[in-house]
Design a protein around this ligand. Structure first.
Ligand SMILES: NC(=O)c1ccc[n+]([C@@H]2O[C@H](COP(=O)([O-])OP(=O)(O)OC[C@H]3O[C@@H](n4cnc5c(N)ncnc54)[C@H](OP(=O)(O)O)[C@@H]3O)[C@@H](O)[C@H]2O)c1
Length: 264
C-alpha cells in the first residue's frame, strides 16, 4: 500500500510504546486511526495526539485477549470510518519464567494476549479487507519470535506462534490485494522493559524506529522486518549455527538484568 494518506488504520496496544508511536507515525503519513488498548485515559491521550496532527482518531477501550471485545473493536472501527485499510496487531505483554519453575497459567496468559490478542482482530478484519481486495496487516512479534532468550519461554512461545501464523497468512493472501508483514523488533525503549537493563549488543532502540519499520512494511509490502541490524545478525547466526547463537546469548547476557530485585 504505497499511499497511506486518507486511509484508515487500527492499531492495538496504542496507548503507549510502539503502538502509540505507530499511531502517530500513521497519522503523520495522513492516515486516520482507531486506537485500541485497555486503559481509557492513556488511550484517549494518544487519540488526542493523533487529532492534534489533523487526522481523525477513535479510541476503543478493549481487552484484545477477549475474543468478543477484540472483534467488537474492529467492527466499531469499520462502522465509524466506513472502512479499514490497515491493521497493526501490536498489543503485547512481556512474561518471563524459567521453565523449571513454570506455572502453566503464565503460558496461558501470554498466549491469550501475545497470540490470540493478535489473531482475533485479524480474523475479524480479514473478510472486510478481502471483500474490498485491498488492505495490509502487520503483526508485531519480537526478535524473541526468531531466537528464544532464557528465561522468556512464555513470551517466546507466543511470539513464535504469532510469527508462524503470519507466515501462513502472507502466503494465503498471495494473489489478493491484501498484504501481510511480520515485524521482529529487538529491545525497544518502552514501558514494557523499562525495568530491564540490557547489554550494549542489544541496546534499546526508540519506539519511533519501530514505527518507521511498520510504515516501511506497509508501503513496500515486506514479508518480514527485523530491526535493528544486530538482531538480523543474531538471526543469521541462529539459522547457520544455533549453538553458536546460544553462546552469544550467554556471553553477552542478552537476557538483560532486572533493575529491581522483585522482577528478577
Ligand atoms: N519493548 C520491547 O523491547 C519489545 C521488543 C520486541 C517486541 N515488542 C512487542 O511490541 C509490542 C508493543 O510493545 P511495547 O514495548 O510498546 O509495550 P508497552 O509499552 O508495554 O505497550 C503495550 C501496549 O499493549 C496494550 N495492551 C496490553 N495488554 C493488552 C490487552 N490485553 N488488550 C489490549 N491492549 C493491551 C497496552 O495498553 P493497556 O495496558 O492500556 O491495555 C499498551 O498500549 C508488543 O507486542 C511487544 O511484545 C516489544
Amino acid at each position: 500500500m504505497k499511499d497511506i494518506r486518507d486511509r484508515v488504520a487500527l492499531v492495538t496496544g496504542a496507548s503507549q510504546g510502539i503502538g502509540k508511536a505507530t499511531a502517530l507515525a500513521l497519522a503523520r503519513a495522513g492516515a486516520h486511526v482507531a486506537l485500541v488498548a485497555r486503559r481509557p485515559a492513556p488511550l484517549e491521550e494518544a487519540a488526542a495526539a493523533v487529532r492534534a496532527l489533523g487526522r481523525q482518531a477513535l479510541a476503543v477501550p478493549a481487552d484484545v485477549s477477549d475474543e468478543v471485545q477484540a472483534r467488537q473493536a474492529v467492527r466499531r472501527a469499520i462502522a465509524h470510518f466506513g472502512r479499514l485499510d490497515m491493521l497493526v496487531a501490536n498489543a503485547g505483554v512481556y512474561y518471563r519464567s524459567p521453565i523449571r519453575q513454570l506455572e502453566t497459567e503464565i503460558l496461558h496468559r501470554s498466549l491469550a494476549v501475545n497470540f490470540y490478542g493478535s489473531v482475533y482482530p485479524v480474523v475479524e478484519a480479514l473478510p472486510h479487507m478481502l471483500s474490498r481486495d485491498e488492505g495490509h496487516i502487520v503483526l508485531v512479534t519480537s526478535m524473541d519470535g526468531k531466537k528464544g532468550i532464557p528465561p522468556d519461554a512464555p513470551y517466546v512461545a507466543a511470539k513464535f506462534a504469532l510469527a508462524g501464523f503470519g507466515d501462513v497468512l502472507r502466503q494465503e493472501l498471495h494473489g489478493t490485494g491484501v498484504g501481510a508483514s511480520v515485524l521482529f523488533p529487538g529491545r525497544v525503549d518502552t514501558p514494557m522493559i523499562a525495568d530491564l537493563e540490557v547489554p550494549w549488543l542489544s541496546a534499546k532502540i526508540p519506539p519511533e524506529a519501530v514505527a518507521r519499520a511498520v510504515l516501511r512494511a506497509i508501503r513496500h509490502n515486506r514479508a518480514e522486518v527485523i530491526v535493528p541490524f544486530q538482531a538480523r545478525l543474531l538471526y543469521a547466526l541462529q539459522c547457520a549455527a544455533p549453538k553458536l547463537a546460544d553462546w552469544v546469548v550467554r556471553a553477552f547476557r542478552l537476557e538483560g538484568r532486572p533493575k529491581s530485585p522483585d522482577n528478577a
